[in-house]
Ligand binder design. Structure first.
Ligand code: SAM
Length: 291
């Protein structure tokens, strides 16, 4: 009964017995490698006092390991066809519950209040459906949920962008958004062969340690993110050209040069060379100038 779910044989058997064909449109690539599962669960640093939220349990391969480590597990699955399977595979784990729904629609604050009262910390741990990786992570972060860690398997390219430092081609608005809320750490790169069916992209496990406080303070957080986004609209253009296009007219755009210089930022630099601290300084200076 407690046998590992994540073997090729058990996965294929279960799917066959329930007559299920996996859906590409739902990002259904199931893990069949116990070592990879152990790496994911290990990175979340769970124990009996902690809770875990899983997004997309599939047939329960990861859920099972989470239930063994954490005190309480809530798994959100959109595909109704998988619910009877999960009932069967998770039967030995009364501390694991399945919620049927679309993670992007679920009221996470309410889920926290209802399911995780009294636990000492909650992590999100998942092998994410790749078609909505970024929206899921941004929702978790922007909701400002009291999470400790987010440990997720995602596309390797997206993981590299999330963890990128200034100066390279991977660094962009996603890097800054994620690093504003978290400290990212690449846990491991994962080959295609550990999934059924195998995805077309390389995968990686990333750990996002959620910060208590953002690393920079700004007068207007939404404006800070707007400035960052504007700075990468055309990656090949200078910071001056991108910001002039967003915030200035032909008549007054010379003022932007003064603002940039007042922050010690050369107008000829590209957005990808600015640190988060420089974006914070710049967005506050622009804010004061424009409003
Ligand atoms: N956890 C399983 C594993 O590791 O083998 C399955 C992972 S599979 C990559 C992604 C899972 O997310 C699938 O079970 C899919 O049905 C589910 N899913 C897709 N979109 C979803 C959504 N919007 N909300 C919740 N679950 C979703």
């Amino acid at each position: 009964l407690h046998e590992d779910i994540a073997s090729p044989k058990r996965t294929n058997d279960v799917l066959k017995r329930h007559g299920i064909k996996l859906k590409k449109s739902l990002g259904q690539n199931f893990l069949i490698d116990q070592n990879v599962l152990n790496r994911i669960v290990g990175a979340a640093e769970l124990d009996e006092s902690k809770g875990a939220i899983e997004i997309g349990p599939g047939i329960g391969a990861l859920t099972q390991q989470l239930a063994k480590q954490a005190g309480r597990v809530v798994a959100i699955e959109i595909d109704q066809r998988l619910l009877p399977i999960l009932e069967e595979t998770l039967e030995p784990y009364p501390n694991a519950a399945v919620v049927h729904g679309d993670v992007l629609q679920v009221d996470m604050k309410q889920l926290f209040a209802e399911r995780f009262a009294g636990v000492s910390g909650v992590s999100v741990v998942a092998n994410l459906p790749y078609y909505i990786t970024t929206p899921i992570i941004m929702k978790l972060l922007e909701d400002r949920l009291p999470l400790e860690n987010i440990v997720v398997m995602i596309q390797k390219e997206v993981a590299e962008r999330m963890a990128a430092k200034p100066g390279g081609k991977d660094y962009g608005s996603l890097s800054i958004a994620v690093q504003y809320y978290c400290e990212p750490e690449l846990v491991t790169i994962v080959p295609h062969t550990v999934f059924i069916p195998q995805p077309n992209v390389d995968s990686a496990v990333i750990r996002l340690k959620v910060r208590k406080e953002p690393p920079v303070q700004t007068v207007d957080e939404a404006f800070f993110f707007d400035v960052v986004q504007a700075s990468f609209v055309q990656r090949r253009k200078t910071i001056y050209n991108n910001l002039a296009a967003r915030y200035f007219s032909k008549e007054n755009k010379a003022e932007l040069e003064t603002v940039l210089h007042s922050c010690g930022i050369e107008p000829s630099r590209r957005g990808e060379t600015l640190s988060m601290a420089e974006y914070a300084l710049l967005s506050d200076a622009l804010h004061a100038h424009l409003r």
